[in-house]
Design a protein around this ligand. Structure first.
Ligand SMILES: [Zn+2]
Length: 284
């Protein structure tokens, strides 16, 4: 996509969470690379094979946003396992957050937009294999969850809700169960109103047993790719709305961090920190 992937935010976020005492040492999960049949429910076996062996063309590298390396694949598999474990916790009514993940552009048979494997789809299928029947995926990254929609599209056990910038990547947006496309420059109030309306509709009608929340912070006005105009406070209010609605519905939530491309990395970290802070406040 012509942009560098902001790797620094992950380490900064982990450091800041410890520094502020929001996450205690005993709270950390340290996932190993995923080894789970659900990977093959979400992705084609050929594609996984190609990923593992590095059989990528230049075109595929460009589409993914990364040069292929064994380390990259290992990193992605660890991220997948992180979200999968968070989802397992969420299924027991807890809140659990991955400091990475939210790789919603990864499709069944190809990588796209910095996403190689789709942690939301994999985790949803893993929960289904554990006996759950209604999984809600709430995707509030500013980019539409095209990969998740593509993978889970026809599966009535998974409700995909994506709220995103209408003019943002991806240009082709396969339908989610519910898509809300927002105009450029959308600010806090109209955003939060639309979100509340959607949640008020989805939760009682679909009656999910668990929620997976892609809480990308590229909705911020400061974001280089975002096109929306949310404030830091508005973004925190967004998280509170989602997490409180789920908690009131009696279900746990697994969060995956998603995008964030503000010029100032501190702004990104602040926005992600707010998600953790809000989760902690609501679940104590
Ligand atoms: Zn994004």
């Amino acid at each position: 996509m012509g942009h560098r992937f902001p790797m620094a935010k992950y380490e900064l976020l982990a450091g800041q969470l410890q520094h502020e005492g929001l996450v205690e040492t005993t709270h950390w999960l340290t996932p190993t690379p995923i080894e789970c049949a659900a990977v093959f429910d979400a992705h084609d076996a050929d594609y996984i094979d190609q990923l593992e062996k590095g059989l990528w063309s230049r075109k595929e590298e460009l589409r993914s946003g990364f040069p292929w390396s064994l380390q990259l694949i290992e990193r992605e598999k660890i991220i997948m396992e992180g979200t999968r474990q968070c989802a397992q916790w969420a299924a027991q009514g807890h809140v659990a957050l991955n400091i990475a993940g939210g790789t919603h552009h990864a499709c069944r048979g190809h990588a796209e937009g910095f996403c190689l494997l789709n942690d939301l789809a994999i985790s949803a299928y893993d929960l289904i294999s554990a006996g759950l029947e209604r999984i809600l995926i709430i995707d509030l990254d500013v980019h539409q969850g095209n990969g998740t929609a593509h993978i889970t599209g026809m599966d009535s056990r998974i409700f995909t809700f994506s709220m995103h910038g209408a003019k943002n990547y991806p240009m082709k947006k396969p339908p989610s169960s519910l898509d809300i496309s927002l105009p450029d420059g959308t600010k806090d109030r109209p955003y939060l109103r639309a979100l509340k309306e959607a949640l008020d509709h989805i939760l009682p009608t679909f009656d999910p047993q668990v929620a997976l929340y892609q809480c990308g912070v590229d909705v911020l006005e400061s974001d280089k790719l975002g096109r929306l105009s949310m404030s830091l406070d508005g973004c925190a209010e967004r998280d509170a709305l989602v997490l409180m609605a789920c908690q009131q519905h009696g279900i746990g939530v697994a969060c995956a961090m998603g995008g964030g491309y503000s010029e100032d990395t501190q702004t990104i970290v602040k926005a992600h920190m707010n998600t953790f802070r809000t989760a902690r406040e609501i679940w104590t």
